[in-house]
Design a protein around this ligand. Structure first.
Ligand code: SF4
Length: 335
């Protein structure tokens, strides 16, 4: 009897995007530069493991600025904040470091610009998500939230010739296009964002999952439940033909029954997931007969973002001070 060949299709790109990498590095560098604790408003990125690792290094995660002692350092998360959050930080004399992803900042700028031109802005996104709260906060009087295609019928605008849609960066591309199509039935003059709001990382991770899902009995997505882009990857996998799709934070959460009768397992991870967690999933699968791993690559990502200016300035000042101290010490010893 021939043995059935079990295999894993490993998606690439997967895991960390440029914005997450920058946000995590921001906290790590701040912890090195200043004495812990360092306060972080909200989860720096939506991943359980990343948050607990940074907590162990001295980061304290809070929900609001009021929980941060006056005058302390606070880092704002990758998802962005509304302008009032900067005001609150200023009022408490907090030293704020802004780790908002530059691609989220881009959407904030669009919201501000269209609001200044007195447009109605239809913001497609998930109600209550931090990114949506931050973006809407740029122009609350102009923004209406559209949470999925069903919400399209509830929209009311002042002038149907002056309306634009913007979106959260981590949505399902297909569902967003469905929402836009529904909106356009009612508002034919609806304008699109000047450039894609759904970011490159979200799009790339969904694209590769669509490639592998039709060949997979089950797709395992590594990511946390509050990670929008990770949750979307499970939905995309199921829509694209995977028979099963599951989200796990850690390898040990994979239930043996998900693998029963499976020959091909797809593996990917959300944009806030360190690759070590994916490697642990591969080990877990290998121990259950899925040792043959083929990586399927659909894009090459090279984008990186530099650290926030306010942090870079302080790092440079600290490096200069250290160099001067070392020079003075040498001069002392020689003198
Ligand atoms: S998922 Fe996209 S928008 Fe969000 S942090 Fe990553 S690159 Fe930035």
């Amino acid at each position: 009897m021939t043995e059935i060949r079990k295999r894993v299709l490993l998606a690439k790109p997967r895991g960390y995007c440029a914005g997450v990498d920058r946000a995590v590095q921001t906290v790590e560098e701040a912890l090195k530069l200043y004495e812990p604790p360092i306060y972080v408003r909200k989860q720096i990125v939506h991943n359980k493991h990343v948050v607990s690792t940074l907590e162990a290094k001295g980061a304290i995660f809070v929900e609001e600025n009021e929980e941060v002692p006056e005058g302390a350092i606070v880092i704002f998360s990758a998802h962005g904040v509304a302008p009032e959050v900067y005001e609150q930080a200023k009022a408490r004399s907090l030293k704020a470091i802004d780790a908002t992803c530059p691609l989220v900042t881009k959407v904030h700028q669009e919201a501000k610009r269209f609001a200044a031109d007195d447009y109605d802005i239809l913001l497609i996104g998930h109600e209550g998500h931090e990114e949506v709260i931050g973006t809407a906060g740029e122009a609350p009087a102009h923004v209406q939230l559209v949470d999925g295609p069903e919400d399209a019928d509830k929209v009311t605008v002042r002038d149907p010739s002056k309306v634009v849609w913007l979106s959260q960066t981590t949505l399902s591309v297909d569902e967003t296009m469905e929402t836009v199509a529904r909106l356009k039935q009612r508002l034919p003059l609806l304008q699109s964002p000047p450039s894609d709001d759904i970011c490159y990382a979200t799009q790339n991770r969904q694209h590769v999952v669509k490639e592998i899902a039709p060949q997979c009995d089950v797709v395992i997505v590594v990511g946390s439940r509050n990670s929008s882009n990770s949750v979307r990857l499970v939905e995309v996998a199921l829509d694209a033909g995977a028979r099963g799709g599951h989200l796990v934070d850690y390898a040990h959460e994979i239930a043996d029954e998900w693998l029963e009768g499976a020959t091909t397992v797809g593996v990917t991870s959300g944009a806030s997931v360190p690759d070590e967690l994916v490697m642990q999933v591969l080990e877990h699968l290998a121990a259950r007969g899925f040792a043959d791993v083929a990586e399927v690559t659909t894009a090459d990502e090279r984008l990186t973002f530099s650290l926030p200016q306010e942090l870079k300035r302080e790092m440079k000042a600290a490096a200069t001070a250290r160099a001067q101290e070392a020079k003075a010490l040498v001069a002392d010893q020689l003198g």
